[in-house]
Design a binder for this molecule. Structure first.
Ligand code: Z15
Length: 798
């Protein structure tokens, strides 16, 4: 790529500000400066975006399309500069002009087009694929409003709209010339066409125009720029039709807002429309693109792979069947063989309340032709499998049953590959959630443990650690993440450990400064353990368990003991607006924070910080400063987790149950370098006679802790404290918080003990960093490419 000198950059930047705003740089504000930079960077990679696309097309490179209802790209200014190799040039240039680089970075809106891990994973994969020259395209929805902006009012979560497009989006290009029509509702019947072929006839349908907006995903210091496509719903432009305001609103509504539920299924009609809108627009555009160079679709699987990320885009299966049969006149058998070769599916959850099922009449009314095809998939599945596996088993795992479409079963049956996102998760899919289909299609099942991109989570979020790794570690860790293992040879080197300690201290001071500026709370970065739990607020993730331990510490202080090491407990979590219990937990923790942070008896020993509006940008500030990574879900509930990987890569010590990818982290670092507690998934499954009351009755210490929820220790939580208390005792503690409490408290005490020997602590931190390379999403996406999609890629990477 064309390299830019500092002077050329400054010249171009000044010109850009002039062209865009008719102003001098000195009169521009940070947002204008960000916009000018983004456009300038886009111009830098535009030739590569074009050439990448032409290369894929002309050389018939196989391309995979990652369909997901959520993406969480994070801010793109720094990643784009990094990947183009322009960070130094541009920051030097900006500083020369007297501009505040940090303010410019902060001026970029952080697109909240996802809830949590699922959406973030999709974006990490796009970043990694581009780095490896893999032809992976993102396909999602351009929500006008992303996940709500979270504020706290009197400790309660308040949700504000996230109007992220308010000032436009400089990274995207609108491509109206590539729009597609998506058909909803109406009536459909099959009748012969002029050639006597049986084709669907439609009446009274509602047609929606899907307009794509494309953003370039720049590969790390290479020439690849892939396409991340987001679809927006609009009224069709057909001049012969007129629409009233209501119709306009109904259409715009489809891509107006992201549903704020994470791992929780809510069968809303609008959501079903969003899913079909994404899938239909995406599949149509893939077919149209393919058709440019091919006479028919017979061998589409040779150059096209479609990936279904969780079940939300599973209607891609019947949608491709529809196009192959209704528009390309393929037979069912040929269309089905092709569809299953093209499609692959990742499952992200074991929670029953999260598995999607849609009432059949809702599907039949909203997408009638798709429903017909699902019925036929179901009929043929039964016809084929009942003779082999018997009616009972096949009934249990057919796409239709109990009056609903079972999306996970549809996804498995219509794909050639089904993967879980961590070893334990895949095993549990095979042995429980999808066991009947595993029995029928064992060859489809495989594991792909999640990963994270070290470019964002080390290179961008943690410059001091980056510098340390650059100077101390042999090899090329930035291109070959496994090379981070080089840190292991320094794990007993006191000078290295001292440097690592300095890195952490520096990051903790930066975070402490931010906490003081933004939240007006003082925390002591030099003595306290920064104990971090950042993830969606969900009962199964057990923020409550963490909070109970904080109550425990507080009670120890009030009883006149001194904590051996001061603690700063840092939470970041949004609750779904309709998730009442989760919001009660937030209120409780906020009130607990208020008491503790203002109690003079506490002094500097204890702080509780609930960082508002937790998202990708907040994570970038918190993760490098973490000493302890809380991964404390009830074993068997967290599919993988990914903050666990980001935190270990930044030298935090994991405090964890044997759940999700925590198990693989434990295997990687060894039992001496992680703190494990609690029941295993097997123990939980076997614990059928659990009585939380019995645990409570038998443990005086625990009683005192739990009672603090209702005895006035924490003011202003009459209702919330009582509800939470009841969830633990009256409703038998669904997530075994009390069962794991003692083990958790011991583990926390062990953390305190370990922290008091800095040499031992930073040795553990070093091993964690050293072993984090195996959790790079570069490796994960290479495995998807090799095993599932059969893509080509750069040989250089591991
Ligand atoms: C979501 O963020 C995840 C699973 C889901 O089914 C939905 Cl709807 C949203 C998360 C898992 O909870 C988490 O364990 C996993 O690491 C992440 O997906 C990425 O696979």
């Amino acid at each position: 790529m064309a390299q830019l000198t500092v002077n050329e950059f400054k010249e171009q930047f000044k010109n850009m500000i002039l062209r865009l705003y008719a102003e001098d740089v000195t009169d521009s504000d940070a947002h204008q400066q960000f916009t000018a930079l983004a456009i300038l960077l886009r111009e830098q990679y535009a030739p590569n975006l074009k050439e990448t696309r032409q290369h894929y097309e002309n050389d018939r490179v196989k391309e995979a399309y990652y369909f997901a209802i959520e993406f969480l790209p994070g801010r793109m200014l720094q990643t784009t500069m990094l990947n183009l190799g322009l960070t130094d040039t541009i920051t030097t240039g900006l500083m020369d002009m007297g501009l505040d680089v940090e303010k410019i970075i902060d001026a970029e809106p952080d697109p909240g087009l996802g809830n949590g891990g699922l959406g973030r994973l999709g974006s990490e994969f796009l970043d990694s694929a581009a780095a490896l020259h893999m032809a992976l395209n993102g396909n999602g929805i351009r929500y006008q409003y992303g996940l709500f902006r979270q504020m706290f009012d009197n400790g309660f979560q308040v949700e504000m709209p996230d109007d992220w497009l308010r000032n436009g989006n400089s990274w995207e290009v609108r491509r109206e010339n590539r729009a597609c029509l998506v058909r909803f509702g109406g009536n459909v019947w099959m009748a012969p066409d002029a050639f006597g072929r049986l084709v669907p006839h439609y009446e009274n349908t509602t047609d929606v125009l899907a307009v794509p907006y494309d953003t370039g995903i720049v590969g790390y210091l290479n020439h690849t720029v892939n396409t991340f496509r987001l679809w927006s719903a609009e009224l069709p432009t057909d001049p012969s039709k007129t629409y009233n305001l209501q119709q306009k609103e109904d259409v715009n509504e489809i891509t107006e807002i992201l549903y704020p539920d994470d791992s929780n299924y809510a069968g809303r009609l609008l959501r079903l429309k969003q899913e079909y809108f994404l899938v239909s627009a995406g599949v149509q555009s893939i077919v149209r693109h393919y058709r440019k160079h091919h006479r028919n679709l017979n061998h589409m699987d040779a150059t096209v792979a479609i990936h279904i990320n969780d079940t939300h885009p599973a209607m891609a299966i019947p949608e491709l069947m529809r196009i192959l049969m209704d528009e390309e006149f393929m037979s069912w058998d040929q269309a089905w063989a092709l569809t299953t070769k093209v499609m692959s599916y990742t499952n992200h959850t074991l929670l029953v309340e999260s598995l999607e099922t849609w009432p059949v009449d809702m599907v039949a009314q909203t997408v009638p032709r798709i429903y017909q095809i699902i019925q036929e998939i179901d009929r043929r599945f039964r016809g084929l499998q009942i003779p082999v596996y018997g009616e009972e088993r096949v009934n249990r795992c057919a796409p239709l049953g109990d009056g609903v479409v079972r999306m996970a079963y549809l996804a498995v049956i219509g794909s050639h590959s089904v993967n879980g996102v961590a070893k334990l998760h895949t095993e549990l899919l095979e042995s429980s959630v999808l066991k009947d289909l595993y029995r029928i299609f064992p060859e489809k099942f495989n594991n792909k443990t999640n990963g994270v991109t070290m470019r964002r989570w080390i290179q961008i979020a943690n410059p001091p650690l980056t510098k340390l790794l650059d100077t101390e570690v042999n090899g090329d860790w930035k291109h070959r993440p496994l090379d981070i293992i080089g840190v292991q040879s320094f794990a007993k080197d006191p000078t290295f450990l001292k440097k690592l300690q300095e890195v952490k201290a520096k990051n903790k001071r930066s975070l402490a400064k931010k906490i003081r500026e933004k939240l007006d709370i003082s925390v002591d970065p030099d003595h306290a353990i920064f104990d971090v739990q950042i993830k969606r607020l969900h009962a199964y993730k057990r923020q409550l368990l963490h909070a109970l331990y904080i109550i425990d510490e507080y009670q120890q202080i009030k009883a006149g003991q001194k904590l051996a090491v001061p603690r700063v407990h840092i939470f970041g979590a949004k609750a779904a607006p309709s998730y009442y219990y989760a919001k009660e937990i937030i209120k409780m923790i906020n009130e607990l924070a208020k008491v503790i942070n203002h109690d003079p008896d506490v002094g500097d020993q204890l702080r509780v910080i609930f960082v508002p509006n937790y998202g990708v940008s907040e994570a970038e500030e918190i993760i490098p400063a973490a000493d302890v990574s809380e991964q404390i879900s009830l074993a068997g509930k967290e599919a993988s987790g990914t903050s666990n990987m980001k935190l270990m890569a930044n030298g935090a010590i994991t405090l964890a149950t044997m759940d999700g990818a925590n198990i693989e982290i434990a295997d990687a670092v060894g039992q001496d370098n992680i703190v494990i507690f609690g029941m295993t998934a097997t123990e939980v499954a076997a614990y059928t006679n659990y009585s939380s009351q019995a645990i409570y009755d038998g443990d005086k210490h625990l009683q005192k802790v739990v009672n603090a929820l209702v005895d006035g220790t924490i003011p202003n939580i009459d209702r919330e404290g009582r509800d939470i208390y009841n969830s633990l005792l009256q409703y038998n503690d669904e997530y075994y918080v009390l069962a794991d409490y003692e083990s958790y408290a011991k583990a926390q005490d062990k953390i305190t003990a370990l922290y008091q020997d800095p040499q031992a602590w930073y040795q553990m931190a070093a091993i964690n960093i050293a072993k984090s390379g195996q959790f790079s999403s570069d490796l994960t996406i290479a495995r998807y490419g090799d095993d599932i999609w059969h893509l080509t890629r750069d040989q250089f990477v591991n």
